[in-house]
Every structure is written in C-alpha cells, then in structure tokens.
Design a binder for this molecule. Structure first.
Ligand code: SF4
Ligand code: SF4
Length: 209
C-alpha cells in the first residue's frame, strides 16, 4: 500500500482547507460556520475577476499583417486554425522594379472548441498578426459558435492590452543557443553516415523493411 501515506496526507490538506473555509475567523474555536467569508471561490457570473493583462483569454487577428503563410496553422497541435487565401499582383516596391505577388486572406478561423490555449500560433507568427487578449467571456450554448472567423478574430484586436515592459531580470531566463562549429558537428555527421551505410547494407541483403 505505498500510496496510502500520500492519500492520507492529501485528505489532511483537504480537511484543513475545508475547516479554514468554514471557520475563517477563529478556526474551530467558534462553531458558527461562515463559509462566505472564508471562501476563495469567485461566484462567477455574479462576481467577476479582472484577469492579468497577459492572461491567455482569446486570440486576436491583425489581418493586415497576415500573409496567409500557414505557419500558425501547421504548428497548431490541435489543427484548429483554418486558413484559405489567394495570390494577387501588387505594385513593385521601387520604381522600375518587378511586380510582386502577395497573399490575401480569404478565410481565417480558429475553433475555440478545440484550442488548448498553448500559444504556439502566437509565438511562431513571423509577422505579428496574432495577439493574446485577456477577454474570456465568449462561451456559447452551441459548440459550433466557438468557431471564430476572421471578422470576429479581428474584433478582438480592440481588447489587446498595450505592450508592457518585461520584468526586470527576465532576459536572464533566455537560454543561450549552443553555437555548433564544424568540429562539434563531426560526431553527428558520422552517425548519419553510419545509419546510411547500415540502411544500404540491409537493402542489399533483402532486409530493407
Ligand atoms: S493556442 Fe495552440 S491550440 Fe490554440 S490555436 Fe493556437 S496553436 Fe492551436
Ligand atoms: S497569422 Fe501569422 S503565421 Fe498565421 S498565416 Fe498569418 S502571417 Fe502566417
């Protein structure tokens, strides 16, 4: 029964929290419970908390910056971003230059019934087209309505908070990317060459699969 001590410890924590909630003022010395005073639960929707500015509430789309490159859609672990676009000719940047081809967004949907709020799409977007906003009140009685199209995603832009300076010392948390020189990569290249010759040997001997 190795789990039993952990189970008892967990029950003890639960009992202490329940006692603190029921008798917040003087512990169990007064036996008149006052759970409203001790409760840390917010009675939503009657009471509302203001989430922190950087809370991951909903994703907003700044469509003018989006090039329909699909990077966010391909990086999304839940496959819940749907993008369609078409190409148009645009005038050259400089006089005498070649006409450019640019992508226009026709469809940009995020299905919040599938989204797990990991933030990968916001992080990978190379053109600053996606932003988090702390808004969270968009529950729907019909699950299909959790699919936000580009108009709705664009409307969320009004709720994106102003940029805030990073906390002091945050830059120290960035891990340095190792700089692989030609000598450092030699063992990796050898491993690749070994695997290649091993595969060729197996194919030649008829054991390729
Ligand atoms: S937050 Fe994560 S799960 Fe949600 S749309 Fe972006 S990448 Fe997909
Ligand atoms: S939102 Fe960003 S990553 Fe996604 S398609 Fe548009 S430009 Fe590419």
């Amino acid at each position: 029964m190795p789990q039993l001590p952990g189970l008892l410890k967990g029950l003890g924590v639960t009992a202490r929290t329940a006692a603190r909630t029921l008798f917040p003022k003087r512990g169990m010395r007064t036996l008149i419970p006052a759970p409203q005073q001790g409760s840390v639960t917010v009675q939503y929707p009657h009471e509302k908390e203001a989430p922190p500015d950087r809370a991951r509430g909903v994703i907003a789309l700044h469509e003018e910056n989006c090039t329909a490159c699909m990077l966010c859609s391909r990086s999304c672990p839940d496959w819940c971003i749907y993008i369609e676009g078409h190409k148009v000719k645009a005038p050259p940047r400089r006089a005498g230059g070649k006409a450019r081809t640019v992508n226009m967004v026709d469809r940009f949907d995020i299905d919040y019934a599938l989204c797990m709020y990991c933030g990968i799409c916001v992080d990978v977007c190379p053109f600053d087209a996606l932003f988090w906003t702390p808004e969270y009140e968009y529950s729907e009685p019909n699950i299909a309505d959790l699919l936000h199209d580009r108009i709705r995603l664009g409307e969320w832009m009004e709720t994106v908070p102003e940029f805030q300076a990073y906390e002091q010392g945050s830059e120290q948390k960035v891990r340095a990317v190792p700089d692989f020189g030609p000598d450092d990569m030699a063992p990796v290249r050898k491993l690749g060459a070994d695997a290649e010759s091993d595969g060729a040997r197996r194919l030649a001997s008829g054991h390729g699969s």
